[in-house]
Design a protein around this ligand. Structure first.
Ligand code: NAD
Length: 733
């Protein structure tokens, strides 16, 4: 089966239409590249063809490269994986460069055939790098389309010439948001930014591209960098402007990545070194840096977790087999507070009819008004339209009347975190909705199996744990109670897919998975403050591990009264076995001081006009520093192991059923060092033996909470990795 079709019209314009069979979006493979190459040869070699338009047969142009291809290049090159990757890249560069040069004379730049890209919609990654090699890019005026280079988000960088071409096209400074942050834009904005050349009405896309091809002159199709006297926009590195850009970018990247993401550094190196040499050499430089990144374990782990496994989970990798489509038609949301309002919003945006219930009409309306405010903000930013807002709001009925739940096929409860209140609304809602309705609770701490007791149909009762703010956080944690049946799981997964969240499915145990791991991280940070460890050391140690926020900041954000509440409830549930008195000492004291976190304008940090200013000096007075501060590595090991060991225990106890969910959930749920690929990937990187060794030292110095779980010790003895043991991957070399 071929991915491209070829057609020459009466005027001599060849149209290459990219249309991967059986896929909703075009994805580039090496086979497809070769096919494209052969068709380009055919068009360039045919005297009757005057020019070429490359377009798509779908409503999007292309989603990007099939990242599995990179793994294959490595694997197929045997003992020389780096050579395999590099040669694969150079082969691709050769094809793109052939398109760019289009048969023109190397010296005179004359005699080439114009090649235009006509983007029907979204063009990401190689889907933009290929157009960048063409002579003019037309984009259909499709406001839903996204155009950009998102590679950096999965731990690589644009390696199909995108880095080299964009820097030469717009200058390093202007290219930075697209290359370094993976910023993607709708067509109109992409044209303003210079990513594409022209935005045209969708119905005229091909005609306009063809007309351009027929009218283009020799001069029109020579890239600026292939002309004599080319000057890099914004200045080459050794000009006053360029110098400032690169020195500044270097500092900015290190500040943002703390040096733990190899891709950002490599990207900058490729851009900088590439800017000092001729274009074709720059492509080789880009390919070398790209190869280096691909060979770094961090990139493979990020690609595995943030691309391959994230997508697998989104596509239902853990969905129970044989259960019919459970997509939600009508959703009931109980409780229109912070979470309920967010759940109603994302569901209405996904086209689901929502009944939003609260105790008073006023509270319910307030929940609905959250969607209104959100859509208004979207309109202001040009991301939504008044029609879209009306449509979203029309789907949300705010009421106090449970009878409105009739016909709902899913109910999500997000009332106060109180078992009695939850039991009451569960009974009321189940009585109002039909027999088939699935009931989900958004509890963050209460066991699902206990809450299910209030249900008449515990097999239809499940936990769907959202993270705050719902519209931003990508993860939902689906929790099976003891009696939860397969249809409830399928329903929760199909719902997650509708609202475009990434789901993980876990079993019922205290704090499920995400909170179970986050709480020890926060506690370890607080515990260290109580021991007199410099609070700044704690925070920086976390940031330098690649955590977006340090534990103390995170506690401030989620509030100290919440920490107190959870501590009290956990202590009551665990009794004598409760291990965190040293943590409680600090947070109870903070609460007494009224330092409840960001919302109170005072917590571990000080705040000025709502902005975090500095760590509160009162901490040092209350918990004076010992003579010597611990080494950075000790602090980092404590923070890391506190979370990672909890993830291993969750796996050992069967709370987690799949390490992929453990890794993806950790990154999306609480920002666990994304560069590492997640806790299990991180353990594989250092090796179980080294992990056990670190644990032994920490256990000796800090107590039993750092004892290596039996599973980890066993793996250390066998020299096994998690992905090897649980996913059947080959042992790391
Ligand atoms: P919230 O206090 O903002 O909202 C709760 C809402 O429930 C309020 O509007 C309240 O009026 C309403 N309510 C209370 N009793 C009711 C009843 N009998 N009938 C109808 N409505 C009733 O709380 P929240 O932060 O939205 O949390 C809701 C649930 O979500 C809790 O179980 C919480 O543990 C969980 N959760 C919260 C977060 C978070 O970050 N806030 C994250 C995940 C899960």
């Amino acid at each position: 089966m071929s991915d491209f079709t070829y057609d020459v019209d009466a005027e001599g314009v060849a149209t290459l239409t990219w249309d991967c069979p059986g896929k909703s979006m075009n994805v580039m493979s090496f086979e497809a590249f070769d096919e494209l190459s052969a068709l380009i040869d055919k068009a360039l070699g045919d005297a009757a063809v005057k020019g070429i338009v490359i377009t798509s047969g779908k409503d999007s142009f292309a989603g990007g490269m099939d990242l599995n291809v990179l793994a294959r290049l490595k694997a197929e090159a045997g003992d020389e994986p780096a050579r395999g990757v590099f040669e694969g890249l150079m082969h691709m560069h050769g094809i793109l460069r052939k398109i760019e040069r289009a048969g023109m004379d190397a010296k005179t730049n004359k005699g080439g055939k114009p090649i235009a890209a006509a983007l029907t919609g979204t063009a990401m990654g190689i889907g933009l790098e290929l157009p960048l090699a063409c002579h003019r890019i037309f984009a259909a005026d499709n406001p839903k389309a996204k155009i950009g280079l998102p590679e950096i988000m999965v731990g690589i960088f644009p390696g199909g010439g995108g880095t080299t071409r964009l820097v030469r096209k717009m200058g390093a400074m202007a290219a930075a948001p697209f290359l370094l942050e993976g910023k993607a834009l709708a067509p109109a904005k992409a044209a303003e930014a210079g990513l594409v050349d022209e935005v045209v009405p969708a119905g005229e896309l091909l005609a306009r591209a063809r007309a351009w091809v027929l009218a283009a002159t020799d001069e029109d199709i020579v890239k600026p960098w292939d002309k004599k006297g080319y000057k890099m926009p914004g200045g080459a590195p050794y000009t006053p402007a360029g110098f400032q850009t690169y020195v500044g970018a270097n500092a900015m990247i290190l500040g943002k990545t703390q040096g733990v993401y190899p891709a950002a550094k490599a990207l900058l190196a490729a851009a900088y070194e590439g800017a000092l040499v001729p274009f074709d050499t720059a492509l080789r430089v880009e390919a070398r840096w790209f190869t280096k990144v691909i060979m770094d374990p961090s990139s493979s782990a990020m690609i595995r977790s943030l691309f391959i496994n994230k997508q697998a989970l989104e596509k239902g990798a853990v969905r129970p087999e044989g259960v019919a489509d459970q997509r939600v038609q009508k959703l009931g949301v109980l409780g229109a507070g912070m979470m309920g309002a967010g759940i109603a919003l994302v569901s209405a945006m996904a086209g689901i009819e929502v009944v939003l219930i609260d105790q008073s009409q006023e509270a319910a309306e307030r929940g609905r008004a959250y969607s209104e405010a959100y859509m208004d903000k979207g309109i202001k930013r040009g991301k939504a339209t008044p029609e879209k807002k009306e449509a979203v709001l029309a789907r949300i009925t705010a009421t106090t009347d449970y009878a409105a739940l009739k016909g709902s096929d899913l109910i999500v409860e997000a009332v106060f975190e109180d078992p009695a209140v939850k039991a009451e609304v569960t009974a009321k809602a189940e009585a109002a909705a039909g027999e088939d309705c699935i009931f989900a609770t958004n509890t963050s701490t209460l066991p699902i199996t206990e809450l299910a007791r209030a249900s008449r149909r515990p097999e239809q009762f499940i936990g769907i744990h959202f993270f705050s703010p719902v519209e931003k956080m990508a993860l939902v944690e689906i929790i099976k109670g003891r009696e939860t049946g397969a249809r409830a799981v399928a329903k929760a997964l199909d719902f997650a897919r509708q609202i475009r969240k990434t789901p993980i499915v876990v079993n019922d145990a205290r704090f499920f998975y995400a909170n179970r791991c986050i709480i020890p991280y926060l506690n370890e940070g607080i515990r260290m403050v109580g021991e007199g460890v410099e609070p700044a050391l704690v925070e920086h140690a976390a940031r330098m591990l690649g955590f977006p926020v340090g534990p103390l900041q995170l506690v401030d954000e989620t509030s100290i009264d919440l920490a107190v509440k959870i501590a009290k409830a956990t202590r009551a549930a665990m009794g004598e076995a409760y291990p965190d008195s040293a943590v409680d000492e600090v947070i109870f004291w903070m609460a007494e001081q009224g330092r409840l976190g960001r919302k109170a304008g005072a917590g571990f940090y000080e705040y000025e006009n709502g902005k975090r200013s500095r760590l509160w000096p009162g901490l040092r007075e209350k918990y004076p520093a010992p003579e010597a501060q611990p080494a950075l590595e000790e602090v980092q090991n404590r923070l890391m192991m506190a979370q990672v060991l909890e993830a291993v225990r969750a796996l050992e106890e069967g709370v987690l059923e799949d390490i992929r969910e453990g890794d993806v959930g950790a990154i999306l749920g609480w920002g666990f060092a994304p560069w590492s690929g997640g806790p299990f990937s991180w353990l594989d990187r250092i090796g179980a033996a080294r992990a056990v060794e670190i644990c032994a030292g920490l256990e000796r110095r800090h107590g039993a909470r750092f004892a290596a779980p039996a599973l980890l010790s066993e793996m250390a003895e066998r020299g096994e990795g998690f992905y090897q043991r649980f996913m059947g991957e080959k042992a790391a070399a």
